[in-house]
Design a protein around this ligand. Sequence first.
Ligand code: HEM
Length: 180
Amino acid sequence: MTASRCRWARVAAEPGLILAVVEETLRYDPSVPVWRRVTTRPVTIGGVDLPEGARLFLWLAAGGRDGAVFPEPDRFDLDRGNSGQHLAFGLGLHYRLGANLGRLETRLELEELARRYPEAAPGREPGVHLPPEHLVPRPAGAAGAHRRGTLTGGPAPEPGANSSPRDRAMRRILSGAGRR
Ligand code: HEM
């Protein structure tokens, strides 16, 4: 979303697009890219036979890049019309209970950001860069991305020191911690 100044300017000028921003972002870069499942009985999925008790690692994010559903899936496109067919909230019985709350929170945040910072522009690092008068000095070494006025992370992390919430979640999933 923040890779293009024109795109943000368009959204700031047309706040009605924010719902499309929310769905297209969930399709393009979902915050929960993978989820786990354990089969409760033998089953065949996509031609693959699975026994009972198989541990599955579902790439929900890949569903959002399915070219059969989303033409040019690697393009962030606010005009798709079917962005909401993503799997960012799962599917079926366990479809995320907080889906509409998550959508509402994100919409309200984006509406406020667009109102306050219509001129926000992409910078050299990923993330939104705000006008300097909105930034507060950060002590050297501070790692938080949540200080007032800054939306991008602090100093670049040490090489290999993946410490974002997503990286921590991935490490937890891969290590099997919290497995039901
Ligand atoms: C954008 C933010 C969020 C995303 C992308 C997200 C994504 C997900 C995903 C992928 C699942 C697994 C669904 C499945 O098993 O098929 C899930 C489960 C769940 N989420 Fe979230 N979540 C978000 C925020 C929230 C919020 C704000 C709440 C509650 C206020 C919430 C409550 C839950 C609950 C209770 C489940 C378990 C549902 C079940 O197993 O029946 N989530 N979420």
